[in-house]
Design a protein around this ligand. Structure first.
Ligand SMILES: [Zn+2]
Length: 240
């Protein structure tokens, strides 16, 4: 397309030069060169085509950052926005992944690191409002499965993220168990698993920890940023 236009414009340029030679009225200076000007325009259009137009943030950007598939390349599958979670209830009105800005930045760096290896991240949960934590506790008041909202969850501080590895197409890699599987098979020190599964878990953990997102023993998917202080929060995000 671009070459065809260039050819046409080049032809026009030479035609206009040819017709102006005789009467001497038209002078083309370097700044008026139609080929250079049109080429610049095409570059602008090509770059504009690749730019993603995003709506203005509808949240407090000093307190939160949002992970977006379209710009961050991180796949978002917030299980609590579906019934496909251990409570079997929809707990979020819509799936939006918010984190504290420092945590979001660390996650983006981990994603860029994995992308160079032909892999990526998929998030299952990000910031979890305190009122949702309370609702979870109402459904399953068992500290083995749910953090007591009195002490709160790192998710409700915006400091934790639940995440897995994907291939370049977004297909989940085998991590041995599903997200929110409550059993020893999900523990990071459980080694009775096929080597590829152990390798996947190790790669996820090493990558996340390189950016300050530290794992826990009982859930291979859970990582949180230590050394930061944010309160338990009940920020409720808007849905489209
Ligand atoms: Zn978690």
């Amino acid at each position: 397309m671009k070459l065809r236009w260039l050819f046409a414009l080049t032809a026009l340029f030479w035609m206009s030069c040819g017709s102006s030679e005789g009467d001497g009225e038209v002078k083309i200076t370097p700044t008026q060169d139609p080929i250079l000007e049109s080429d610049t325009l095409f570059q602008d259009v090509e770059e504009k085509d690749q730019r993603v137009e995003l709506p203005a943030p509808d949240y407090d950007t000093t307190a939160w950052a949002e992970i977006l598939e379209v710009t961050d390349g991180i796949h978002i599958d917030l299980r609590y926005a579906t019934e496909n979670n251990f409570t079997e209830k929809v707990l979020y009105d819509c799936p939006r992944c918010f984190l504290r800005p420092e945590v979001a930045e660390a996650l983006r760096l981990a994603q860029m690191d994995l992308k160079e290896k032909g892999l990526g991240l998929k998030v299952f949960d990000c910031y979890r409002p305190q009122f949702v934590q309370e609702k979870m506790w109402e459904i399953i008041p068992d500290p083995n499965y749910v953090a007591n909202p009195k002490s709160g969850s790192m998710h409700s501080r915006g400091l934790a993220v639940d995440v897995t590895l994907t291939d370049s197409l977004g297909n989940e890699l085998d991590m041995g168990t599903d997200f929110d599987y409550f059993g020893v098979e999900a523990h990071s020190d459980y080694l009775e698993l096929p080597t590829p599964v152990l390798d996947n878990r190790q790669l996820l953990r090493e990558t996340m920890e390189n950016y300050g997102l530290i794992g826990i023993r009982t859930e291979w998917w859970h990582f949180s940023m230590r050394g930061l202080s944010y309160p338990l929060d009940s920020m409720r995000w808007d849905c489209p």
